[in-house]
Design a protein around this ligand. Structure first.
Ligand SMILES: [Zn+2]
Length: 643
């Protein structure tokens, strides 16, 4: 038993079954291969003399100290041994030399910040999530390596842990003046804001599960996030880039350093690129090749990714740069040195994504469905022996389902699942037929006590749906989820089980989750996205048969659009004006942004004189009055709201 106490008063120790399972993993997995640890330590220069980085808002933005329990040499039975290994690898904290002229700050955020010595300053590859952590990383490099300003920023892709820190490194005015370039892959700005808009509230809520953001850091709780410890809770930012890489491969010199940019759209992000530094034989693999097999489907919710394209882009990088690179480094995890090792890791990950795609479809073409594939698909034995093929961010289970989802969709082609009852409607029937709650609890407890957790989950889940106030059912399901969580290699899956157990026990936790949005991000929304999102927020049942046709023009941006309300549906068409508009509104996009930022209501803008209105506004007012502010704390499991 661990010397650490569970963070929850009714939290459980790992069962005998869980302990035996972990012991089997310790025997089975290739722990003799500890090259990752050598690589993660290599080049260490200095760690900061603090554990916490404070946010400008006063909260703790980052705290490495809370994971120190991982470094005390204890094998925790509440953590899958492979995950514990990854969680220790991700304890790198400080500034590291990758090679002469290339340095990384690790452990300051989910992502690494990489500083490349240019002719006049630091060229920074990826910025971390927040201004505060980026500023601290730059200060650490100035203190321990060389006191230089940042001369260029390169964002490898459109995820916030790769651009949110930018204002902690550079001034926007220097970008606008052409002094400091900000370089991005094609599609960066669109996707930087797009992914978190339309389903943003649902994604943020679901992230409570995937990221376990409100679970304490503890051997029984949050231990890692696969590609880093966690996400920093500071202020994200975004600066309009000054150079967009549009060709498949482009050559540029950035602050005196020749660079080859390699666009890899449709891999880990819709807009992503690798970079090669030929003079240094250094290959920057963005987030395409890191110390884990990544998400093809990300559990917080996102469009499913393409494992085949991902594999092919890794293969392309192998043939473009991988055969001559002396070092490979990335925006997460640790570098790889020596060409043999680089090729080994590249080929391992190329094959892992390709095998996932090909073998899942191989099975699907023989009738294995989305509801079975996670129990059928397994990596070949040779890949399981290579750490770089292990899934921490992803999992073989949810990624294999994702491949089928991408090609065939969610339906398993059984009509019984085509228009099924909702869980809340089917569950009472099951419970009734099973003889009520008592036999289910008795059987559920027996299954739990035999270590048959997935079977226990099957019937207890029905009971919780049928009786959301049944405390015994919720507590027992929480116990089952907890053991399942302890046994997961992937922290995304572990956190989902453990956070669900926490909510079943004591309701949705309170606290602040890291922001995924900021004024910079909102301002970057396109006009079309803004109106499309209004259409999602509009409660159609409240507008009845109200209708309007609004012509809107933004003189400063040259945009014109027509917005129509009909059939309780709001639609937006960019680039058109209607001949029979019921109202015409002319307003600068710059003024309109105050509405997008929530600094002013639409009504205030219209009344302010900043806009020129001609026609009937009553329909627009009705529409605006029907907008819903989405509540983040909706229930993911029945009976978990405000206990
Ligand atoms: Zn990332």
């Amino acid at each position: 038993m661990s010397e650490y106490a569970h963070f929850h008063p009714v939290g459980r120790e790992p069962s005998a079954f869980t302990r035996a399972f972990q012991e089997e993993q310790r025997r089975r997995l290739p722990f003799d291969d500890d090259r990752d640890f050598e690589e993660a330590r290599r080049g260490f220069i200095a760690r900061p003399d603090y554990d916490k980085i404070m946010a400008d808002a006063g909260n703790v933005a980052w705290d490495m100290g809370r994971y120190e329990f991982l470094l005390e040499g204890e094998d925790f039975d509440s953590i899958h041994p492979s995950l514990q290994r990854q969680a220790i690898l991700n304890m790198a904290y400080g500034v590291y030399e990758v090679m002469e002229g290339i340095y990384q700050v690790r452990g300051f955020d989910l992502a690494n910040l990489t500083f490349v010595r240019g002719a006049t300053g630091w060229v920074v590859f990826d910025t971390g999530t927040t201004v505060e952590t980026a500023r601290a990383a730059h200060a650490l490099v100035r203190q321990h390596v060389e006191d230089l300003p940042v001369s260029a920023v390169i964002h490898s892709h459109s995820h916030i842990d790769h651009f949110g820190g930018v204002r902690g490194l550079i001034d926007e005015a220097d970008v606008r003046a052409g002094i400091v370039p900000v370089i991005v892959p094609e599609g960066f700005m669109e996707h930087a804001v797009a992914e978190n808009v339309y389903a943003g509230n649902a994604m943020l809520r679901r992230a409570f599960f995937q990221y376990g953001g409100l679970m304490p850091a503890n051997p029984y709780g949050h231990v890692d996030q696969a590609i880093g410890k966690n996400t920093a809770a500071g202020r994200p930012s975004l600066i309009q880039p000054s150079l967009v890489i549009t060709d498949d491969v482009e050559h540029h010199t950035v602050d005196g350093i020749p660079m080859v940019f390699h666009n890899t759209p449709g891999t880990e992000a819709p807009a992503e690129m690798n970079t090669y530094l030929p003079e240094k034989k250094a290959f920057w693999a963005a987030e395409n090749i890191v110390g884990t097999i990544h998400n093809i489907y990300t559990l917080r919710g996102a469009l499913v990714r393409d494992a085949l394209v991902w594999s092919k882009k890794i293969g392309e990088a192998l043939y473009l740069f991988g055969k001559e690179a002396d070092v490979m480094f990335a925006s997460h995890s640790w570098p790889r040195w020596g060409n043999d090792r680089i090729q080994e890791v590249i080929r391992t990950q190329r094959d892992a994504y390709a095998h996932l795609n090909n073998h899942v479809l191989h099975l699907a073409n023989q009738g294995v469905t989305i509801n079975e594939i996670h129990n059928v698909y397994r990596q070949p034995e040779s890949l399981t022996k290579q750490w770089a093929a292990h899934s921490y961010h992803g999992s073989e289970e949810h990624n294999s389902r994702a491949v089928i989802n991408r090609y065939l969709g969610y339906w398993d082609a059984n009509p019984a699942t085509l228009i099924p009852l909702s869980p809340r409607d089917s569950a009472p029937l099951y419970v009734e037929m099973m003889g009520g709650s008592e036999p289910i609890l008795t059987k559920g407890r027996a299954l739990h006590d035999e270590g048959r957790y997935r079977e226990a989950q099957e019937i207890l889940n029905k009971l919780v749906y049928a009786e959301p106030d049944n405390v015994d059912a919720k507590q027992l399901l929480a116990d089952v989820f907890e053991q399942l969580g302890y046994q997961q290699e992937s922290p995304s899956v572990r956190n989902s089980f453990l956070a669900a157990a926490l909510e079943l026990r004591t309701g949705i936790p309170e606290g602040t989750v890291p922001a995924v949005s900021s004024p910079d991000v909102l301002r970057a929304l396109t006009t079309e996205m803004f109106f499309d999102y209004l259409a999602i927020r509009m409660d159609g049942s409240k507008v009845g048969d109200v209708a309007f046709v609004a012509n809107i023009r933004h003189p400063d941006s040259g945009e014109e659009l027509v917005v129509e309300l009909s059939n309780a549906t709001l639609t937006t068409q960019m680039g058109f004006q209607s001949d029979d508009a019921t109202v015409t509104i002319v307003v600068d996009r710059a003024d309109f942004e105050q509405v997008m930022l929530g600094q002013r209501s639409f009504e205030e803008l219209i009344e302010s004189g900043a806009s020129d209105v001609d026609g009937d506004l009553s329909g627009l007012h009705r529409m605006l009055a029907s907008l819903v502010e989405f509540d983040l704390l909706f229930e993911l499991l029945p009976g978990t709201a405000a206990t």
